[in-house]
Design a protein around this ligand. Structure first.
Ligand code: NOJ
Length: 771
């Protein structure tokens, strides 16, 4: 009897447990549902709210104002408290701190008539308090799982202070390093860019958006912003539809597929229609083709800027055009607030569009659970950083570093890893001990005092290993005098090895409005490098910067490390890779040019009718002259996309293909694919990470295809002597392109496949796609 009773109780528990689990799963589905597919319950709730709202209250939801340090040319509004009480604000940006966000939220929840919660947004781009490497550095890890974890950590920290919306990820493809914002994105490649976009969105938004530790992500800047002519920020872009769809749109599409809650419309003019009034991209592609159900926020005053672009002569027209094209929220412009009521009354703006915009904004607020939990607990200012996040920051930094060169001078070993016999290290350069610059552009709520510089970390290491550390700043990052150069050269002469930390400052030289016409080391740094190199000791150049053009200095040093701006754990992470405690594993997410005149330079270019091929080195004479090249520079980059060295070596087996010919029809129907298999082995003496990259080229197609396109990568950890079998798949998704008829299909073609270490090497195999 007792046994039967127990069994019944156990059964009951099991039933309840299953019911709870199912309800949980349903909630998760519901959650995904509300933003990705129509959820009738959510839509009914919004409809009921819309019925209660006056036109002014509706327009109020469509406005966002900065309530903190402005991140653009200010509109000078200071009365946002009264505006919140009057229901004239849907969102505030640039506000941090639980006390601060709660205070404003309290006004919305107690003083505004409908008590619709505010949504607080901020540029949490690569960390909040704990700052990780800049996004280009994160992309250099090629480790999507790690990137997702950094975004999750950032979401946890920001959401604890009431910031539930981040203006990240920036998924703009950038092929020109003169554009300072190249550091904010994942680089030049749409495949890697899409992978990183998904990782960021998943990290910020988590399994559930209504989890209080999740943030709504915002894929920006829609679209084409990274193609700014001459790399000059905010400049015009001209992008034919095929290029748009194949190169610039895929990371946005990946973000939408990953469930991104919001999109930011860009500043640039795209094919003569400003992106913030572009119905083709905002309405046709984003909403109709991709089914995006979140909302679109303009970039900072980009609606007002329609006047400067020349497609509106007054604020009212600008507001109407942006709204009709599909921009739901006006960031900092105030035009939706001040101009749309009149437009609606005059019948010029469509009331239905206002309702749709409000609906989308409320949908995101509901999905975030803001109506149920508008406030956050205020634990007071936290002392120091979360140790688990610091550890993650160190790992992310370690994996972001790219070893570009490590050459042994005749009769000696390579300078890295730093040998045990080293007794004196000279640490030189203006970036060696510059904590603020380690944080990079858009450092969230990061604080320079949390950043550990290379000098700090190396001093610890040197003390532990009885090494003498000589430090010289040498010169400033920009400007400055050359009086420090001679002492720096003297320090170099007294050392066994020189670590030379050069580059750009984070605040003025990278990020927004930081385009450069030169890609050289700024100020007197090149002069410093020459003086230090002349000392005759092995020099390890560590570059804290965007991708620079370093051909003129690279041959003067024995080793080069691209370190980007690595975040709060810059120093400890660098010490670990430089000393060989851990191996280098980063790979370039961008092509590094030889000189600025090569820009834009990217690996997935078309072949032209007169490719220079092996005839890449000028001067060319006679018949040889007539190729696509320069008379004073090579076409080749200094370091190609995908490149990065390791302290161990890897070997690739030949590639095996599952088929050597198949039909386009079967590929298009999804019933057939090509499997690409091979083995990668570690032939060196220590553990290492290899990023095996698969590229393809298609020939004989209706439109010309790039000389190579990345279509897959695997990141493998291999012990010495270990090898692993890899499989890549080439199916419709990888092989289809926008053809002559404007259709995304697989066409008959000769296909070359490479799998290798970077975009210029690899073993190859070929197959044929027939009709
Ligand atoms: C302008 C920048 O272009 C954008 O990326 C940023 O999110 C907003 N300002 C808000 O700070």
């Amino acid at each position: 009897m007792l046994i039967r009773c127990c069994a019944q109780i156990a059964l009951c528990f099991a039933v309840v447990l299953v019911a709870i689990l199912l309800a949980g799963a349903a909630a998760v589905r519901l959650q995904a549902h509300a933003l990705q597919e129509e959820d009738p319950a959510v839509e009914r709730r919004i409809s009921a709210l819309l019925k209660e709202m006056t036109l002014e209250e509706k327009l109020g939801q469509l406005n966002q104002f900065s309530a903190g340090r402005p991140t653009g040319p200010g509109t000078g509004r200071a009365d946002y408290r009264q505006m919140v009480a009057a229901g004239q604000v849907g969102s505030l940006l640039n506000l941090t701190g639980a006390r601060e966000t709660n205070e404003l939220q309290r006004i919305a929840m107690t003083q505004s008539r409908l008590k619709i919660p505010l949504l607080f947004g901020l540029d949490v781009i690569h960390g909040y308090r704990t700052v990780f490497p800049v996004p280009l550095g994160l992309a250099a890890t090629w480790n999507t799982d790690l990137v997702e974890r950094t975004a999750r950590a950032a979401a946890r920290e920001a959401s604890a202070e009431g910031v539930r919306w981040t203006f990240s990820p920036m998924v703009d493809i950038a092929r020109d390093a003169r554009w300072g914002r190249i550091v904010e994105g994942a680089g030049e490649d749409p495949f890697l860019g899409a992978a990183m976009a998904r990782a960021f969105v998943h990290g910020y938004q988590g399994g559930r958006l209504d989890d209080p530790s999740s943030m709504a992500a915002c894929a920006k800047h829609y679209v084409g912003y990274g193609a700014a002519e001459s790399g000059r920020d905010y400049n015009t872009t001209e992008i034919p539809e095929r290029l748009l769809r194949e190169v610039y749109l895929p990371p946005f599409k990946a973000s939408v597929e990953a469930g991104v809650a919001t999109i930011m419309s860009a500043f640039n003019s795209l094919n003569q229609i400003p992106a913030s009034a572009n119905a083709f991209t905002l309405d046709q592609i984003l909403r109709r083709e991709w089914g995006f159900r979140g909302f679109v926020v303009s970039d900072w005053t980009s609606i007002r800027e329609l006047i400067a672009h020349g497609i509106a002569n007054d604020g009212a027209t600008a507001a109407r055009k942006a709204l009709l094209a599909g921009v739901d929220m006006d960031m900092e412009g105030g035009l939706y607030l001040n101009e749309l009521a009149e437009q609606v009354k005059n019948g010029r703006a469509v009331m239905q569009k206002v309702d749709e915009a409000v609906r989308r904004i409320l949908r995101v607020k509901l999905a975030l659970g803001l109506f149920d939990r508008p406030f956050v607990e205020d634990p007071g200012e936290r002392e120091g950083l979360d140790p688990a996040h610091v550890e993650l920051a160190r790992t992310a930094a370690e994996e972001s570093f790219v070893l570009l060169k490590n050459e042994a001078p005749a009769g000696r070993s390579a300078p890295l890893p730093l040998g045990r016999s080293i007794r004196t290290i000279a640490l030189i350069g203006p970036l060696a001990d510059s904590a603020g610059d380690m944080l990079g552009a858009w450092a969230g709520k990061g604080d320079a005092k949390d950043a550990v510089t290379l000098r700090d970390a190396l001093a610890d290491y040197a003390a532990k290993h009885q090494i003498r550390l000589l430090y010289q700043r040498g010169t400033e990052i920009i400007g400055g005098s050359d009086t420090g150069i001679a002492p720096a050269a003297a320090a170099a002469r007294s050392a066994d090895v020189v670590l030379l930390a050069l580059g750009e400052n984070a605040g003025e030289m990278t990020g927004e409005a930081a385009s450069r016409a030169s890609l050289s080391l700024p100020g007197l740094q090149e002069k410093l490098l020459e003086a230090v190199a002349a000392a005759g000791r092995p020099v390890v150049l560590i570059v804290f910067a965007r991708p620079l053009a370093l051909a003129s200095v690279e041959d003067k040093v024995a080793a080069v490390v691209q370190a980007w701006h690595p975040g709060v754990q810059a120093g400890p992470a660098l010490v670990r890779v430089l000393t060989g405690d851990t191996n280098f594993s980063g790979r370039l997410p961008v092509t590094l040019p030889r000189s600025v005149g090569q820009q834009p330079l990217y690996y997935n270019h078309l072949n032209t009718g007169r490719p220079a091929g092996s005839n890449d080195r000028p001067p060319r004479t006679g018949e040889e002259k007539f190729v696509s090249g320069y008379i004073d520079e090579r076409n080749a980059p200094l370091f190609p996309f995908g490149f990065g060295l390791s302290y161990t070596q890897f070997e690739y087996s030949p590639i095996a293909l599952s088929v050597h010919s198949l039909s386009a029809r079967l590929l298009n129907s999804g019933s057939k694919d090509v499997r690409v298999t091979l083995e990668v082995g570690n032939t060196g003496l220590r553990e290492g990470v290899e990023v095996a990259q698969m590229y393809i080229r298609q020939q004989g197609t209706s439109v010309a295809r790039p000389v190579r396109e990345l279509k897959g990568f695997h990141r493998l950890i291999l012990r010495p002597g270990e090898s692993k079998r890899l499989e890549f798949v080439l199916a419709k998704k990888e092989l289809a392109f926008w053809n002559l008829d404007g259709k995304e299909v697989v066409e008959p073609a000769e296909v070359t496949v490479w799998v290798g270490r970077d975009s210029q090497s690899g073993n190859c195999a070929k197959f044929t796609i027939g009709d």
